[in-house]
Design a protein around this ligand. Structure first.
Ligand code: SF4
Length: 184
């Protein structure tokens, strides 16, 4: 039987490991690496190359749209000083999920989703709410999930370690990078 076509927003290779295993059984999955939040460009390149390698190894297609850091900075203007998990993150999730929903509808996928909820630092309820709203705007079904549950996060750590994947030590934007540097 033909599997439904899922366009999956990928935040980074380590977060995709376990999620791909879970979803690929049921869905004909394609990755979508849209992360204009990642700063600096060299870090973006490192994360995208790691993701590309991982997808090639697993034989799963990956779409890599253009990097749009200027648009991201313009969208989050006024929330630069927010802590991680605050208003800036909601805008950041929305930008990435709306673009994935737009692409999924344009490319005639049956539904779309995201790996974002696997992180213990990310609020799955907020991600799912924004995903559903993006789905309504672009008339496409959103796959609701909290992938960190049932040991999902630990499994993604185990898999990425055993595969030797690069794992970053900050979420992605310059503000999360600075916050991490202060903590050290
Ligand atoms: S901390 Fe992470 S989710 Fe929040 S704005 Fe920065 S990159 Fe986006």
């Amino acid at each position: 039987m033909k599997k439904p076509k899922l366009l999956l927003h990928i935040c980074c290779a380590p977060c995709s490991t376990h999620v791909l295993t879970l979803l690929s059984e049921t869905y004909d999955t394609t990755g979508y690496f849209f992360n204009p939040n990642i700063h600096p460009r060299s870090e973006y390149q490192l994360r995208i190359r790691t993701t590309e390698r991982h997808f090639v190894e697993r034989g799963i297609p990956l779409i890599t749209p253009e990097y749009q850091p200027r648009e991201w900075f313009s969208r989050i203007k006024g929330t630069e000083g927010e802590r991680e998990g605050g208003a800036r993150c909601a805008i950041c999730f929305r930008m990435r999920l709306e673009e994935t929903a737009r692409a999924a509808a344009a490319l005639q996928f049956d539904l779309f989703g995201t790996t974002l909820s696997i992180s213990p630092h990310k609020d799955a309820r907020l991600i799912n709410q924004i995903g559903k709203e993006a789905g309504i705007s672009f008339r496409i079904l959103f796959y609701e999930a909290d992938f960190k549950k049932a040991g999902g996060y630990s499994e993604s750590c185990r898999m990425s370690k055993s595969l030797g994947l690069y794992r970053q030590n900050y979420c992605g934007c310059i503000f999360s990078k600075k916050a991490r540097e202060i903590q050290r």
